[in-house]
Ligand binder design. Structure first.
Ligand SMILES: [Zn+2]
Length: 155
């Protein structure tokens, strides 16, 4: 275990938490999605993990909280505190470049100005359903290669 001054360094905790995946899209981590906002030692000495859920009411939020708490316990931190920070609200702009690459490789078009087909790269696509496999995704079909794909809606 990496410790700094007898405590786990914030950097090493961030590395552990990068193993926590999004329950709905397990190819991306909570770091990729920008859900993990901060890791810090609070004034009372307790380790705090600050999370901003992708949108309130998302059933994945509780799963993510439990996964973070489990990851902390597995690394010997029994008294970690998960803080849900709702403001500023999460936006798809917080998804990092690695996350966007991982989404594309998984066949999901990442949120951009236009839904770009992850198979052929064409931006000519039509929406088949505004709500896809999860509410945050829409189902599109590429006009170029005819492939249906999920588009992670930008918001
Ligand atoms: Zn295509």
């Amino acid at each position: 275990m990496v410790t700094v001054g007898g405590r786990n360094s914030v950097e090493s905790i961030r590395v552990w938490l990068d193993d926590v995946r999004d329950p709905e899209i397990p190819v991306v981590s909570i770091t990729d999605l920008g859900i993990l906002r901060d890791v810090r030692h609070a004034s009372d000495g307790v380790l705090e993990v600050i999370l901003t859920p992708t949108y309130s009411g998302c059933p994945a939020t509780e799963t993510i909280r439990e996964d973070v708490e489990r990851a902390l316990r597995e690394h010997g931190i029994e008294n970690g505190r998960v803080v849900m920070q709702l403001s500023p609200a999460w936006t798809t702009a917080w998804i990092n470049e690695r996350g966007r690459e991982r989404l594309r490789a998984f066949g999901i078009a990442p949120p951009e100005d236009a839904a770009r087909c992850p198979r052929c790269g064409s931006v000519s696509a039509r929406e088949l359903a505004h709500f896809g496999s999860t509410p945050c995704k829409a189902l599109y079909r590429c006009n170029q290669c005819d492939e249906p794909f999920d588009y992670f809606k930008r918001f």
